[in-house]
Structure formats: structure tokens, C-alpha cells
Design a protein around this ligand. Sequence first.
Ligand SMILES: [Zn+2]
Length: 326
Amino acid sequence: MGFAHIEGQARAVQLLRRALASGRVAHAYLFYGPSGVGKRLTALQFLKALYCQALPDDSCDACAACRKVASGNHPDVLRLAPEGGTLGIEAIRALQRRLGYRPYEGVRTAVLLEDCDALSLPAANALLKTLEEPPAEALLLLLTCRKAALPLTVVSRCQPVPFQPLTPAQRQALFERQGLDRETAAAAAAFVQSGLPLPAGEALPLLRELRQQALALLQALARGEVLPAFLEARALAGQRERCELLLHWLALLCRDLAVVRLSPATGLYNPTLRQALSALAAQLSPAALLAAFTRIDQARQRLAAHGNAQLLFEALLLELQPLLSP
Ligand SMILES: [Zn+2]
């Protein structure tokens, strides 16, 4: 895919490509910035370009080295991620033993350390020794969404690579490049944009499905059709996760409806639904939208406090009906 396919991170890409082109790749980089903006994708792209046998500062995606990095089979690329929320000292010691050997194929042994803010204190101290005196052929890529949680001693020994927040459209393009279909990518982008962590891959189609369901529910209420909504609520009985997601989408859509109504120049969480949202917003008053948002948010809080999903949802519909119905 090449660096040209990294979305919205021109500064980080420029910094990394310059290092490759000049042959001055540092021993350690800290990729930091919000969640879901392409840090892991850029790190893998950087490694492909580093090992690529055809191009000096980009990947050809055709040579053996590019394909091995892309498929996770390059013998000189080690990936480390937290297990059970922490990265312990044993993992760092194993890593240091491996860095004691020469690379098998490439010029460097690269370590991709995801969520490095999860390092335990002993693990961070052990890693610090490697950062202070890195083996000549080592390359460490540390990735974090929480730079402030890292010890300053670790931060100061890495070259910083800042990542910027993305717009929903840029996020969507990024997800599509990672293989999601257009609608799922749009739903995933809106979800991340709202500040929630993205669920695991297999739950992504559910995000898309529930976003559509939430929109259909608001449209039905605005038409005065309450019965389908109640049947929907019954179907949610016991399905806590679905109910949580549906409430989240209802809140996000109400927020976007209010924005369309009151502040059209402000960005939407769900820009791909703008047309449907505009049609719906035209039927509703700003005061009703605000009141609906408040009710939905209260229902989310009650559900989080272990309320009964079905009862909560039915009660919410009773509250929303007079606000949204014609
Ligand atoms: Zn290549």
C-alpha cells in the first residue's frame, strides 16, 4: 500500500521517510497520539519500507520482505502487546535476549511494542537499559495513546513521532483500507470519533447494524410508529451489549440531529448519514432533540448501573414518544 495510503499523518510520514532516505533511522521511536488514527498501520508501513528490497524509502508490496512484514512472518520483526492489561518484565527480558542475536535477514531487528503505556514499572526500567544502550542493529517502535502515562525517562530516549486526530472521513478511509466495507467503516469511524474504544473485529458488523437500527427507530418514532419500536425493545431482552450499543448510537444520532438543526457548519459524527439526518431534523424541534438526548443519556447511565436492559429500553421509548412523535 505504501506511505501514500496513510491517511492524515503527513508530518509523521515525512519524518519517517526522511530517516529512511538519509539512512539515519534512529534506534527508538515513540509513536503517540489518539486511538485509531493509524499508528500501528504506519509502524508496519515503516518496517516494510525499512526491509523492502526494491525501494529505498517506501514499500513495493511485492518483494519477499514486504510480503513477510505484511503477513506477520518476517523473522526480524517482533511484536509485543500487553497481556491482561500489563506488559511485564519477563516479556522485556525475553525481548532483550532476542536483541542479543544478529538479525536473520534484514539489517535490523525491529520491535513493535503496542500500548507501551501498559509497561509495569520494573518492565519500564528494564526497557530503559535497552533504550540507553541499544544494540547497534535494534529498532524499537513504541506505540501509545497515553504518552503522559509513560515514565519521562522512557519518553526522552525515543525520537517522538506525533500522530494527529483524524476527521470521520479520514478515519473511514483508513478503515476501508484495512478491509472494512464502506458502511461498516463509516460506523466504526463515527464510533471511534465519539471517544469510545473500537470493539474487536468480529463485533464491527454489529456496530453497522445497530447504527442503522437506531436511525430506523428515530425515524419510526418521528412518524408516530411506536409499535415496531416496542417489538425492537422486546428483542433486546437480555442482550445487554446490543442494548448498550443501541443507546450509544441513539445518543450520537440525537447529537448529530441537533447539530444539523442548530449549527450546520459543525462536523457530524455520522457525515455519511447527513441526508437522512437532515430530513429527520427538519421534523423535530431543537428543544425536543435536547430533551431526547438527555433521556437517552440517563438510560445509558442506568444500564451501566446494571439496570434491566428490556425494561430500561421500553421506559425510554415511552419517554421519547411524546418528544419525537408528530
Ligand atoms: Zn518491497
